[in-house]
Design a protein around this ligand. Structure first.
Ligand SMILES: C[S@@+](CC[C@H](N)C(=O)[O-])C[C@H]1O[C@@H](n2cnc3c(N)ncnc32)[C@H](O)[C@@H]1O
Length: 271
């Protein structure tokens, strides 16, 4: 048994951890991830492409745009090279997740880490996240923040208005803040495969929704989308392509399971 704790139900965080080769997953997580792999053999490569996007986006926010504080919503189990390690010394990071196993493990891993903390909260409740004493203790909302919503809004159904949610978070952040977001899509996949993957998640507490390019682009409304790599137009791209050294080589089948983008809140940003 791993340190993920005993559960006969699979959880998104444990399934994802297993696909990334981590050790914080239960037998139920592993079985569900294997069922995903049966319908979607490239599932682990999709997870790695997404992790790569998160790391490249954080590196660019910290290195190129001087962002020193990050709010990582739906952070998952801090596996290799999590946000605080990529952002580097002097940066502050608040990880937020609603899975108690993630929070418990994160607290253990971050005990001796300065400037990083975990908050157990539902990201659908921005006040619970933004007003949490740990958030307030580490993040100065009057200064720019890097907001990460990486591979998590698929757990928020359309009826709960994830677009309004993103707007509310960005409205609470200072101008010059950045949003990095990735989201699964079925745009390039056979409907049979998308519905097979969706069925596996229906056995978890968090069913998923795949979104079209237009739906993902709407998350960036009112923000200045940045070019994903030198020479590109500002745009949402497939996840592996964003920030890739060789975008043509990164444009593979796994990458096309997710869209990703990064955008800056302008001086007159959404309020
Ligand atoms: C697929 S993992 C992504 C982890 C990380 N962001 C990444 O991309 O590498 C999704 C995470 O979001 C968390 N999550 C799902 N719904 C959430 C919600 N409403 N509030 C907070 N966390 C949530 C899950 O527990 C899980 O840890």
């Amino acid at each position: 048994m791993s340190d993920a704790g005993a559960s006969d139900r699979p959880f998104a965080a444990g399934m994802y951890d297993y696909l990334l080769g981590g050790g914080a997953n239960s037998p139920a997580d592993r079985a569900a991830a294997e069922r995903i792999r049966q319908v979607m053999p490239e599932a682990a490569s999709v997870a790695w492409a997404n992790r790569g996007f998160q790391q490249r986006a954080v590196r660019r926010m910290a290195g190129e745009w001087g962002i020193r504080q990050f709010l990582d919503l739906g952070a998952g189990l801090p596996t290799q090279r999590h946000t605080h390690e990529v952002a580097g010394p002097g940066c502050r990071v608040v990880y937020v997740d609603n899975d108690p196993r993630v929070v418990e493990r994160g607290e253990r891993l971050l005990t001796d880490v300065d400037g990083a903390a975990v908050v157990g909260a539902d990201l659908c409740d921005p006040a619970a996240v933004l007003d949490h004493p740990r958030t307030r203790g580490l993040i100065d909302l009057d200064r720019p923040v890097g907001l990460l919503l990486v591979s998590v809004l698929q757990f928020v159904p359309d009826d709960d208005d994830p677009w309004g949610l993103v707007r509310r978070y960005m409205a609470a952040l200072a101008p010059g803040s950045f949003l990095a977001l990735s989201a699964p899509t079925g745009d390039r996949q056979a409907p049979r495969i998308v519905s097979g993957a969706r069925k596996v998640y229906e056995a978890t507490p968090t069913p998923v929704v795949a979104r079209s390019r237009e739906q993902v682009e709407r998350f960036f409304a009112g923000l200045e989308v940045v070019p994903p790599y030198p020479g590109a137009e500002p745009a949402v791209t497939y996840v592996g392509v964003w920030g890739a050294e060789d975008p043509a080589a990164a444009d593979d089948d796994a990458s096309r399971w997710m869209y990703a983008g990064v955008a800056r809140k302008p001086e007159e940003g959404p309020r």
